[in-house]
Design a protein around this ligand. Structure first.
Ligand code: PEP
Ligand code: MG
Length: 545
């Protein structure tokens, strides 16, 4: 038996046989051609085939994992038509009189290296995307559009150096139990897709793993700990089979908690809400019996497109969410653009430290017209349900004062235009920076609620880039500094009659649920699939002890 450890992407145990993933990558040779025009025509045809295949992949992703996760394939389609990329292809074919495959391969290497060298983590991630689309074009050039052989084996754990997003989405969930990769970061699109496909996955186990495995070896991936065992011994297999059965049992048990209260043994009731990224997640929210929506990441309305969504477009989406939730609370966060959430039309420009740059509320306050369009849509939609609006990445009282003034102007404008809105909207701020937590006594009297964004609060408190896999081990959200800031914020919220929730990933960490309840957290907002698990945890806590 050998044990490897990587980063867990999805919490579940998979037990099966190794299937080594064969990338569908044709071998490229440099061939001199007499007719560069004919090569360019071949290239055009291969690009067209690639776009058609990506359209199909996009539709599959839309169906399997929803729009916010499918947009990466729209980016792939845009990259194929990117002017610089295409200029490089044509230039190599013309100037060197070489075959199209070679031009694509060289361009892919050059562009991937260029993206890789960038500081911005969003741009860095484009390196894998360029390789992914270039492999697709090369295959279409070599194989004339016939697809690579699809995955045949069943009950397997796919093992690969890395998986591209398009390879991940095409894994057949009825045959593949999970996947393990030697490389890859937990924040990559592949990881995000895996989480949304509910596939047990472990990434970054290291290259020794790949050297030592063989097709058909027995393998267990423990997605709770990130451990991978090859040719596991009897005891390990027994232990993890039991763990798998217990989890299955728990999952069934959790289903029986639908309709039950989130109440501790000594009678304290809290709210358990769900986080969503778009209307396609509402089904999961209702299915898992969440009491409301604690975080709607509205920026996903803005990503993967060429221009800002209009007021009408946004109004339609917000109204749909509010109506679907039938007067349960819906907290919508205003646009959290910047850092890892980028679109070309934002025109943010190059920043040395994008996580410390023009992101979230700073972006909105620098572009008041864009901010006002979103607020108008939100206020207009407020008549259709129980809306809370919250603002991301607040650091000062002055920012909040400016925001509240803009809200007042928006309301006056709507009133003057005879447009309806509710007077009962709750206003909140996200606590995502140490500054906001430290001045929470000053912010609390100005708002109805706080929502702690522990992903960013951890990043900014510990000075650890949440996108950088190299510092993942230093980015400990259980760090006392993070927990003390949450406690301080809870104290200040309650002294001033404001409520406090947690909507970052830590809210779903059951090892902290009791501590959160003891410091007075009123609401936990988690991915829909975690709602019943947290309910179970809450119902077993006795705060009187
Ligand atoms: C957070 O920072 O914890 C949060 C909920 O916001 P996001 O993850 O979208 O930045
Ligand atoms: Mg955040």
């Amino acid at each position: 038996m050998k044990k490897y450890t990587g980063n867990s992407i999805y919490n579940a145990v998979a037990i099966g046989k190794v299937s080594i993933f064969k990338h569908c990558r044709g071998e490229v040779r440099r061939i001199r051609v007499d007719d560069p025009e004919a090569e360019k025509a071949r290239l055009e045809k291969a690009k067209e085939m690639s776009i058609n295949q990506l359209k199909e992949i996009y539709n599959k992703a839309l169906n399997d994992v929803g729009e916010p996760n499918a947009w990466i394939f729209e980016i792939h389609m845009m990259l194929i038509n990117d002017t610089d990329y295409n200029e490089s292809l044509i230039n190599i074919i013309d100037s060197q009189s070489v075959n199209a495959e070679y031009a694509v391969s060289v361009t892919a290497d050059n562009f991937a290296a260029m993206f890789e060298a960038m500081d911005d983590s969003y741009m860095k991630a484009r390196s894998a995307d360029v390789k992914d689309i270039s492999d697709r074009i090369i295959n279409n050039l070599i194989m004339g559009g016939s697809e690579c052989a699809l995955f045949e084996a069943e009950n397997v754990i796919v093992c690969a150096d890395d998986l591209a997003p398009s390879e991940t989405i095409l894994l057949d969930k009825s045959k593949v139990l999970g996947f393990v990769t030697a490389y890859g970061s937990t924040n990559s699109h592949t990881a995000i897709l895996a989480r949304n496909m509910n596939i047990p996955a472990i990434m970054g186990v290291g290259e020794e793993f790949l050297k030592n495995i063989k097709e058909g070896d027995s393998i267990i991936a423990d997605g709770f700990t990130g451990d991978v065992f090859t040719e596991p011994d009897f005891d390990t297999t027994e232990r993890l089979t039991q763990k798998q059965n217990e989890e299955e049992e728990k999952r069934r048990f959790h289903q029986n908690l639908k309709g039950k209260e989130n109440i501790t043994l000594d009678g304290r009731v809290i709210d358990i809400f769900a986080n969503i990224e778009g209307t396609e997640n509402i089904g999961a929210v209702l299915l898992n019996d969440a009491g409301g929506i604690g975080l709607f990441r509205s920026e996903f309305l803005y990503l993967g497109r060429h221009d800002y969504p209009t007021e009408e477009e946004q109004f339609g989406v917000y109204k749909k969410v509010l109506e679907s939730m039938a007067w349960k609370k819906v907290i919508i966060r205003t646009l959290d653009a910047g850092a890892d959430k980028q679109a070309d039309y934002f025109h943010i420009g190059k920043e040395e430290n994008p996580a410390l740059g023009c992101r979230a509320i700073r972006f909105c306050l620098s572009r008041p017209e864009i901010f006002k369009t979103q607020l108008r849509a939100l206020y207009r939609a407020s008549s259709y349900g129980n809306l809370g609006i919250m603002f991301p990445m607040i650091t000062s009282v002055e920012e909040l004062t400016e925001i509240l003034d803009i809200c007042k102007n928006v309301k006056n404008e709507l009133k003057a235009q005879g447009k309806e809105y509710s007077e009962n909207i709750e206003i909140g701020v996200m606590i995502e920076t140490p500054a906001a937590a430290i001045i929470s006594d000053l912010l609390a009297p100005m708002v109805d609620f706080f929502s702690v964004g522990t992903n960013d609060l951890t990043q900014y408190t510990l000075a650890c880039d949440r996108q950088n896999p190299k510092v993942e081990r230093f980015c400990d959200p259980h760090h006392k500094a993070v927990l003390r800031l949450i406690e301080l914020t809870a104290e200040n919220a309650h002294k001033n009659g404001a409520r406090i929730g947690i909507c970052g990933e830590l809210g779903a960490d059951t090892s902290l649920t009791e501590e959160f309840l003891r410091i007075g957290i009123d609401e936990l907002s988690v991915t829909p699939g975690m709602v019943l698990k947290i309910r179970d945890r809450v119902r077993n806590i006795d705060l009187s002890k």
